[in-house]
Design a binder for this molecule. Structure first.
Ligand SMILES: O=C(O)c1cc(=O)[nH]c(=O)n1[C@@H]1O[C@H](COP(=O)(O)O)[C@@H](O)[C@H]1O
Length: 280
């Protein structure tokens, strides 16, 4: 039986470091790599990024929107990116940010994280803003298949502040209620559970209490959106198990030279090593 996602992730981070390498084929980056802005350029960009970053990062995160923008041909490239990154030895987090009523969510689950899912990713990003309970069946199906989910809690973009920092009747913020619901799913799992949360590296320190989460934390906003290692330290402290700082543009700008891409990811991983706890 395949090991649980949380266990596989912990093992991969121990071996390779905590960086989550984003594969976001922005049109400007495809052109900067000297490639045509069509499905063939997308394919060369994304497959070489998947191969190079997949060799050195514990987990890679292709952002589906940039593939969907090229239509069915782009989605076919995304499918190959997942396979190439797996073959290179990385786990794959598909960044699709899906969220819908429970019955529709079941179909997204079948696409991304259930047993025999159409895409063979290890985890996917999901939105809880139709109610965390609407994700319950997805959590169960992902777990059954040995896969994981990352639930948006406190995102890195400034437009999210008003909604995610709003207070519920019980005094908790909306973002904290998402973290707490994820924590309930992870209770008792070792080294940690399969339900991660997304908390931007750009948020104010102390806003979200992750002490009970017992799950992975995807921290985008590191790099191109301005957050630094000092911000990661201030927001998440040191030694938070499962912290995955995520960077896309700031890594990809080192291409198309694949050796330079690999070096950039390794260099970031080296700098992040101090944030990891002992034995992680
Ligand atoms: O879920 C995400 O990955 C995500 C959540 C969030 O709060 N903020 C955020 O930037 N992201 C994604 O993380 C990546 C950030 O890219 P860079 O700013 O280029 O590092 C993009 O793929 C975003 O869609």
């Amino acid at each position: 039986m395949t090991a649980r996602f949380g266990a596989r992730l912990a093992e991969a981070v121990a071996a390779r470091g905590s960086l989550c390498a984003g594969i976001d084929p922005h049109p400007g980056l495809i052109e900067a790599w000297g490639l045509p802005l069509d499905a063939s350029g997308l394919e060369r960009f994304a497959l070489s990024a998947a191969e190079a970053l997949g060799e050195v990062a514990a987990i890679v995160k292709p952002q589906s929107a940039f593939f969907e923008a090229f239509g069915p041909a782009g989605v076919a490239v995304l499918e190959r990116v997942v396979d190439v990154a797996h073959d290179a030895g990385a786990l794959v987090l598909l960044d699709v940010k899906r969220g819908d009523i429970g019955s529709t969510m079941a179909a997204y689950t079948a696409a991304y994280v259930a047993e025999k899912a159409a895409f063979t990713a290890d985890a996917a990003t999901v939105s809880p803003y139709l109610g965390f309970g609407a994700l319950d069946a997805a959590v169960a199906a992902a777990r059954e298949a040995g896969n994981g989910l990352f639930v948006l809690a406190r995102t890195s973009n400034p437009e999210a502040d008003a909604l995610q920092r709003a207070r519920l009747e019980d005094g908790r913020t909306v973002a904290q209620s998402v973290v707490d619901a994820a924590a309930d799913h992870n209770a008792g799992a070792e080294p940690y559970g399969d339900v991660g949360v997304v908390v931007g590296a750009t948020v104010a320190p102390g806003e979200v209490d992750l002490s009970r989460l017992n799950g992975p934390v995807l921290a985008p906003g590191f790099g191109a959106q301005g957050a630094t290692e000092a911000d990661l330290r201030a927001v998440f402290g040191e030694g938070l198990p499962g912290l995955l700082p995520a960077s896309s543009r700031d890594l990809l700008r080192h291409g198309p030279d694949t050796a330079a891409l690999r070096r950039a990811a390794q260099e970031v991983n080296g700098r992040l090593a101090g944030l990891r706890g002992k034995g992680q």
